[in-house]
Every structure is written in C-alpha cells, then in structure tokens.
Design a binder for this molecule. Structure first.
Ligand SMILES: Cc1cc2nc3c(=O)[nH]c(=O)nc-3n(C[C@H](O)[C@H](O)[C@H](O)COP(=O)(O)OP(=O)(O)OC[C@H]3O[C@@H](n4cnc5c(N)ncnc54)[C@H](O)[C@@H]3O)c2cc1C
Length: 377
C-alpha cells in the first residue's frame, strides 16, 4: 500500500482516485457500511431513491468541476426549488413576490412590491440584512415580518437556541428576490445524477489500484504518538489522508469540537405528493425544521411518496449520530486551531474534508479542495 485514505466520502474518494491514476496503490477505509459519505443514496423499500443524510443537489459555477463529475456519472439538469409553510400557506424560498402576494393584502402587497423595485432598482435580489436596514419603514417591516415568521424560528431550531438570541447578521448571505423568479441557486451547473450519487462513487472508486474496506474504524488502527502516525502500533511513513474529525484523531486532548446533528424520521404515504417542493421548511413546527420529499429529488414518477422529517439535535460523540454542522464560535475556532497545529506537525498526514477542516463545504468546494491537494502532493 502506497497511501491510506480514512474516509470514503467525496474528499477521500477523489483523492484515492487521483493517486490511483498516478500508479499508487491506495487503500480506502470507512467506518460506515457504505461508500459516498454524506452523499450516499439508495432505493428504499417503496422503490424511491432516497438520500440517507439529507437532501443533496450538485451545483457549481466551475465547468472544470462539473466536467470531473461527468467522468463518473451522467447528470441531468435539476434546479432545486425550496419553500416554507406558515399559517398553513406555502411560499417559495428564497422569498420572492409570490411571498408578498400570499401573505399581504393585495393593496399593501402592490405598494410594497413597487417600493422594493424602486429601492433596489436594477437588482434581482438583496440580502435580508440589507432589507432589514433599509430606511423605508415599510421595506424594513417586510424583512422584520419574514425574520419573525421564518428566519428566527428556523435558525433557533437549527442551532438549539431561542429566537431572541438570533442575531440578524447571520442572514447576511440569505437573499430576498425582487421578482417572481424561483430557484435556490444561481450557479451555471445545477444537476442531479441520472442514476444515483452512489453510482458516481462506485465508478469513482472502480480502479485496479484502489481497495475499499467498509465498516473499518480507522482510529482502531491509527494513532498519533510523539508527533508520528502509528498503524497498528508501528510507525507508518506512507502518506495518510485523513478525512475524519481532528479532535477524534488526537483523542480529544483539547476537548471535543462542537457539532449539531440531525435525526431523520422516515415516512411513506400512498398520497401522490405531500408538499409543493422537494424541500420545504416548517418554521412553526416545534421540533423539525424541514421535510424532504424524495420523489421530487430528482423527479420519480411513481405512486406514493417517501419523505423524511429533519430534526436538529445536539451532537454527542460516541452516540449513534453524525456530526453534521460545525458550531463555529470564537472558542471552537481557537480549539480547532490547536488541533490543526498538532496535525500540521505530522509530515505524512494529509488532513482534509469537511470534518478535518471543521468547516461546512458544499460538494463543489470539497471536490475542488481534494483536487488541489492532489496537485500539491
Ligand atoms: C444535510 C446536508 C445537506 C447537504 N446538501 C448539500 C447540497 O445540496 N449540495 C452540496 O453541494 N453539498 C451539500 N452538503 C455538503 C456535502 O455533504 C459535503 O460537501 C460532502 O459530503 C463533503 O464530503 P467529505 O468527504 O468531506 O465528508 P463526508 O461526506 O462526511 O465523508 C467523510 C467520511 O469519513 C468517514 N470517517 C470519518 N472518520 C472516520 C474514521 N475515524 N474511520 C473511518 N471512517 C471515518 C465518515 O464515515 C464519512 O463517510 C450537505 C450536507 C449536509 C449535512
């Protein structure tokens, strides 16, 4: 073996493939029983392709990243639409003029749309923060209404804090549209696999120089002692690509890094459709944030529907739960920096991916990082 890769998600699998194509013998381990990391999908008992770890669509502005994905799977154009429901009424998200028509009386709505068009002339959208800070009281009141009905309760559930603690500045990247246009992303490439994300991974890992071992906890074999990596107690000098969490690798010596986790509650109905979009937020529900209806992600034309309710929960290591979202605070960033410093001192350790970097990455960012790491190796 020329290289060991811990983690068979997008980061680990892409690095394994790149190295294998250069002639290296690569072994990939994952503690889970499947390939694909959080992008793993499978056909459930009702015949629907579902995503075990929540809704994923691939989107990027970069052609070279899309081209890379095309080497291992065919892709169909797919523009994700999302929505939110409160007071029993549906609106698309990001909020647009349909939102105003739905929740405001016609006369007030027309006036508001006119004011927004004039105030943000020539722009398709602005961030919620810009609208919240606008001098016109009607425009501000619109953003405050959305904040109270949707953003604050949603964010509070997501992070396990009270609505009153939500600082509106967290919305500085959340867009509000000034038209009837729908769609979640503006990227030039927005796609879903023709077969599945898992098929993409099967093809990516299908190389004579790659051996995949599933159900293998890397940290049962891999340890750090005196700044060197030990494999089953013996120093390993070959490169080790580690895509797990750094606090786990260093046995939590600086404490555990904080994460939020998710619990998915799976349902099936004979009904043809349960909601207007594949991913819909329910800010007034006490415990779950959103529902994903998989027959719409991508479109699967058959009777019945499989869907999952998403409950944010605190993460605690060692329980049967996954670390999904890093909780980024000044303190956790400092704590992570200490682990990173230790990791940087180990010359044959290549740590990367959303866990080892303690960052939220979209798939295209994870892919780009993985390709850049291989260029540098
Ligand atoms: C709910 C949700 C929705 C998302 N939706 C989108 C989306 O729509 N579009 C988008 O672009 N991105 C989306 N993402 C982000 C996307 O999931 C990530 O970009 C991508 O999965 C990152 O890949 P990775 O390989 O870095 O991490 P992962 O996919 O987490 O892979 C890491 C792998 O390492 C394994 N591992 C960790 N530690 C060990 C160990 N000690 N021993 C053995 N194995 C180990 C894990 O089991 C895992 O399989 C979403 C993420 C979440 C949580």
């Amino acid at each position: 073996m020329d290289c060991l890769v811990a983690g068979c998600g997008l980061t680990g699998s892409v690095i394994a493939r790149q190295l294998a194509e250069r002639g290296a013998q690569v072994e990939v381990w994952d503690r889970r029983a499947h390939i694909g990391g959080n992008m793993y999908d499978y056909v459930d008992e009702h015949g629907f392709l579902v995503q075990k770890y929540g809704p994923h669509t691939f989107h990027t502005k970069k052609k070279e990243l899309f081209d890379y994905m095309c080497r291992f799977e065919q892709w169909q154009e797919y523009k994700l639409t999302c929505g939110a429901v409160w007071n029993g009424q549906y609106t698309p998200t990001p909020f647009n003029f349909t939102t105003i028509d739905t929740f405001f009386p016609p006369e007030q709505g027309e006036r508001l749309k006119g004011k927004l068009k004039a105030a943000f002339a020539g722009r398709e959208f602005a961030t919620v923060v810009e609208v919240l800070e606008h001098p016109d009281p009607d425009i501000r009141a619109y953003a405050e209404y959305l904040f109270e009905k949707d953003y604050a309760p949603y964010t509070a559930k997501q992070w396990g804090i009270s609505s009153a603690e939500i600082d509106p500045s967290v919305l500085k990247r959340v867009p509000l549209r000034f038209s009837y246009d729908e769609g979640y992303f503006d990227d030039s490439y927005q796609v879903m696999p023709v077969h599945s994300f898992t098929r993409f991974f099967k093809n990516l890992l299908d190389h004579p120089n790659i051996t995949v071992k599933l159900g293998v906890e890397a940290l049962k074999h891999l340890r750090v002692a005196n700044g060197t990596l030990l494999l089953n107690g013996v120093e390993i000098t070959a490169p080790v690509v580690y895509t797990g969490a750094l606090d786990e690798l260093f046995e939590g010596i600086y404490g555990h890094l904080p994460y939020r986790s998710l619990r998915f509650e799976w349902h099936y109905t004979e009904q043809g459709s349960i909601q207007a979009a594949p991913v819909v937020a329910y800010p007034q529900e006490a415990a779950y944030t959103r529902i994903t209806e998989f027959k719409k992600l991508p479109l699967q034309d058959k009777a019945g529907s499989s869907y999952a309710l998403e409950y944010p929960v605190p993460y605690s290591e060692g329980q049967a739960m996954e670390p999904y979202y890093p909780v980024l605070t000044e303190e956790s960033k400092k704590q992570y920096a200490k682990y990173r410093k230790l990791a940087e001192q180990i010359p044959n350790l290549i740590f990367c991916g959303r866990l080892a970097d303690f960052k939220y990455y979209n798939m295209d960012q994870a892919l780009e990082n993985a390709l850049n790491i291989c260029k540098a190796l």
